[in-house]
Ligand binder design. Structure first.
Ligand SMILES: Cc1ncc(COP(=O)(O)O)c(C=O)c1O
Length: 454
């Protein structure tokens, strides 16, 4: 279909996600038509280095469609659909075993869902019912300020981004918030240990305030995305685990972004020593080639259900869809074969070092993250770390930096929900050529952006 026809049809019929309708109306919504390697191409033939891996998910890049397509076609011929609801099918069983094999020790039981928010909703319900099976009534969840956990109403209730929640309140009761690990504006003299103690105290106080026996689970991303690739100080996750254990609360690691190699391990929980009872994951499980997610639960969590022979009261028509499961299996096979996770572990230092060249620009205040997941935080004054005001955010970040980067052939995310940030999460096959290109394009845009500051 010609681009002008596509545009006309989009204007009339398409309702894109989290997109101003004015962009559909004025025809500025990019229409991406194909991809290869780390590159995607739009309907005008313009090519872009995809610095966001679609939406933090295309781990293997865009060149495996034919191989994955053959696996999907074979599955469609063999068994196009059957539910995982009162029945099983081979791909669901094989994928469950494969995911359990890759997951941190002790996490053995896999419940498949359609995506990330589904996984979060499922984890919440599973945590509640786990407690109930053991004779306790617990229903609340603790999450961190600004942490993104999805947009369906349950996941949105847990979601820590106020702007996303507000129009839909009141939401599901029982969502409690604690501090996140944003460090950039903490006192310069504060040590890691002091910061860690401060955060853990905030978590424990929130739990005590709410009543520990009402709290079913704590959910945290190993590296928090919103707020800008927020890593935790040493000792934090050990402390969170100890607090959860003290009050009989389950710990869920939301690895929807960090799972499947992004941090240089199959799961970031391994890298950061998190020891969760539950992991929520999606995106990279299929490299985005099919919609599928999962909750991976510990043997301890499954035990009361197995002992009593009881049923988890939850199900989805498309949970473990055979074609999605076949695609995820093929994706994981490719990831193993091409040593994608090892590639991230071996190249994360080079990526970070290349990006850190941007710290010489006064507008760049901080570069943080790990693996293939980094954030560049912008400041209006490097000495005081003063952030942008609303007018600077609009004029510099949205009206200048964002289009300049895109027009230069790079897709990345500009985000000012917490502070002005550029987020990078390229396909996990990226190498030095991509690191250099990302850094060159950002360097050019940020040099010019710096001239717009007073
Ligand atoms: C940490 C985290 N959890 C959950 C979700 C929701 O995933 P989905 O968009 O597949 O529902 C996201 C989405 O980006 C996420 O980053």
């Amino acid at each position: 279909m010609a681009f002008t026809d596509l545009q006309a049809k989009a204007r009339r019929h398409l309702w894109p996600h989290y997109t101003e309708m004015s962009r559909v109306e004025d025809g500025s919504l990019p229409v991406i038509v194909r991809g290869d390697g780390c590159t995607v191409e739009d309907a005008h033939g313009r090519r872009f280095l995809d610095g966001l891996a679609g939406l933090f998910c295309v781990q293997i890049g865009y060149s495996h469609g034919a191989e994955i397509g053959r696996a999907a076609a074979a599955q469609l011929e063999e068994l196009p659909y059957y539910p995982n609801w009162s029945y099983a099918h081979p791909r669901a069983i094989e994928l469950a075993a494969e995911v359990a094999d890759l997951a941190p020790e002790g996490l053995e039981r896999v419940f498949f869902v359609s995506g990330g928010a589904d996984a979060v909703e499922t984890a919440w319900k599973l945590a509640c019912q786990y407690h109930q099976e053991r004779g306790e009534r617990r229903w609340k969840v603790v999450s961190r300020h600004m942490a993104w956990h999805g947009t369906s109403l349950g996941a949105l209730s847990i979601n820590g981004v106020p702007g996303a929640r507000l129009p839909f309140e009141p939401l599901v009761p029982g969502a409690v918030r604690t501090r996140n690990t944003a460090r950039f504006r903490r006192p310069a003299e504060e040590t890691d240990a002091q910061f860690c103690a401060f955060l853990l105290d905030d978590l424990e106080q929130a739990i005590l305030r709410e009543g520990p026996s009402s709290i079913a689970m704590v959910i945290m991303e190993p590296v928090q995305n919103v707020g800008g690739a927020l890593t935790a100080p040493a000792g934090y996750f050990e402390g969170v685990r100890a607090i959860c254990d003290r009050y009989g609360i389950l710990l869920c690691a939301d690895e929807v972004i960090t799972g499947f190699g992004r941090m240089g391990e199959w799961f970031a929980s391994t890298r950061y020593g998190i020891r969760p009872d539950l992991i929520t994951c999606a995106k990279g499980l299929s490299s985005g080639y099919a919609p599928i997610g999962a909750v991976i639960a510990s043997e301890e969590m499954a035990a009361p259900f197995l002992e009593r022979g009881s049923m988890f009261l939850h199900g989805l028509t498309f949970g473990a869809h055979p074609v999605s499961a076949a695609i995820a299996l093929k994706n994981l096979e490719i990831m193993r074969r091409e040593r994608i996770v090892e590639h991230v572990a071996e190249n994360q230092g080079a990526f970070e070092a290349t990006l850190r060249q941007l710290l010489s620009l006064p507008i760049v205040g901080d570069i943080r993250g790990g693996g293939f997941f980094y954030t560049i935080e912008l400041v209006s004054d490097p000495d005081t770390r003063e952030t942008f005001d609303a007018e600077q955010s609009r004029r510099i970040l949205h009206d200048f930096v964002s289009p300049r980067i895109f027009d230069s052939g790079l897709i990345c995310r500009t985000d000012d929900r917490a502070s002005p940030l550029l987020q990078l999460s390229p396909p996990l096959i990226a190498g030095q050529a991509e690191f250099d290109r990302i850094t060159a394009i950002l360097g050019d845009a940020l040099t010019e952006a710096g001239k717009l500051l007073p």
